[in-house]
Design a protein around this ligand. Structure first.
Ligand SMILES: [Zn+2]
Length: 426
């Protein structure tokens, strides 16, 4: 098997940390210190004349700040360096038009995180079938859920190892995201068939061969009722607040519970998406999807003041379904998973795929009888079937006709629209 070519692959793995209440407070403090450091750095940047905005000057300023400000001392030196690096990287991204200019990070809206840039500081061991242990600087040993075989200890080599990590807090608590580097055998060409996939209205994913990928509701009726109750309570409390009054502890707790339930739904959706996309990438060679611009579809429902949208309620219901399914995330997952299995993800132009008959190829008015049923109105054809299945067959047909837009192999690059900033932000 020496003829196999090896390819480097980098990926992340996220695991839940088991922290004690005091541990949570300690990591919270580190994250707040990291955020404060960012803000100090940003203030420093804005004060400095252009020629003095260098890494060396910034580094000196940071060292001084760490000495002068007591509560910054909880932040490990490596994490402080990571803040500096990320800040300069943010400007680089801005100058290359990938992102907006960096700004101050507010206490509420910022995702709490702390970097552990060096893999060797982590000292990971597996202590149990389900638990691993990791070293967190200035904290000590912390256990985390072991759900994936990580290259640690004797299994770690120069090519297969953990190169760093980041601690991230979400509604479910603190997590650790490991950065893993691995050397893998490059997959040979995929032997499976091609498939067209449609984002269904009646089913989440409909394939051109009639297969479907379905799921239940993300929240149980009881959880849904609880979420609604909490949202109403939060709205009521917010309404009763006098102007300028601080958000009460009780309202904060309600917000936390709402966030917890939403995070639960998202985690279940992610789990389903991962399973479905892995199966698809294993089974099929070319996976063909419509090139949808979801943001436009969601925006266009409401219309503008001059030209208000028609059927806003129905359309926004559809939009909510589209956003809920997070089609964009499914496509991203399919992109890297198909590449990993030797297949490709292909996008084809979207117009009319749901209105054209996949049997005769004609777009006859009134063919789509309902959301679920397609009956061809062409008198010579008369094909009928599931509407989503019909669209998926059209999608595959477009690919076979050579109408592929971009073979989106490899990594999807997020690129923001180029915008002119107001003068004050420059
Ligand atoms: Zn037909």
């Amino acid at each position: 098997m020496s003829r196999d070519t090896l390819v480097k692959r980098q990926f992340g793995h996220r695991a839940r940390l088991a922290l004690s209440p005091s541990g949570v407070r300690a990591v919270d403090d580190q994250a707040h210190a990291a955020r404060t450091l960012w803000n100090l750095l940003h203030a420093w940047w804005q004060m400095m004349p252009k020629e003095k905005r260098t890494l060396q000057h910034a580094d000196a300023a940071i060292r001084q700040a760490l000495k002068d400000i007591d509560f910054l001392a909880v932040l490990p030196a490596q994490a402080a360096q990571a803040v500096l690096k990320t800040y300069f990287r943010a400007w680089q991204n801005c100058w290359e038009h990938r992102a907006d200019a960096p700004n101050f990070k507010g206490r509420i809206r910022t995702v709490m995180s702390v970097d552990i840039p060096q893999g060797r500081d982590l000292n990971i061991v597996r202590v149990h079938r389900r638990w691993g242990q990791v070293n967190i600087p200035k904290m000590g040993r912390v256990r985390f859920r072991w759900t994936k075989d990580l290259p640690v200890g004797k299994r770690a080599t120069a090519e297969n190892r953990i190169t760093g990590a980041r601690l991230i807090k979400d509604a479910l608590g603190w997590h650790i995201a490991f950065r893993v580097q691995a050397l893998e055998v490059e997959p040979g060409p995929h032997q499976g068939p091609d498939v067209g996939i449609d984002v269904g209205i009646t089913v989440p994913l409909a394939c051109s061969n009639g297969e479907t990928y379905e799921h239940g509701a993300w929240l149980t009726p009881k959880e849904k009722a609880r979420l609604l109750h909490l949202e109403q309570r939060a709205a009521r409390r917010k309404q009763r607040r006098r102007p300028g009054e601080r958000t009460s502890g009780r309202l904060h707790r309600t917000y936390d519970r709402i966030a917890g339930l939403r995070a639960k739904a998202k985690r279940r959706a992610l789990d389903w998406q991962h399973k479905a996309t892995t199966t698809i990438a294993r089974t099929y060679n070319a996976v063909v999807v419509e090139a949808l611009t979801i943001t436009n579809m969601v925006k266009s429902a409401r219309g503008t003041i001059e030209a208000p949208g028609k059927n806003v309620a129905q359309k926004s219901g559809l939009n909510r379904a589209i956003s809920g399914e997070a089609w964009g995330r499914t496509v991203t997952m399919l992109t890297y998973k198909t590449a990993r299995h030797g297949g490709t993800l292909v996008k084809v132009p979207a117009p009319n795929t749901s209105r054209r008959c996949s049997a005769c190829g004609f777009t006859t008015p009134g063919s789509r009888e309902s959301q679920a049923v397609f009956v061809c109105r062409n008198p010579d054809c008369g094909w009928s079937g599931n509407a989503d299945h019909n669209a998926a067959r059209n999608v595959l047909h477009l690919y076979r006709m050579g109408l592929a837009l971009t073979p989106a192999a490899g990594r999807a690059v997020v690129r923001r629209a180029q915008r002119v900033k107001p003068a004050t932000a420059r």
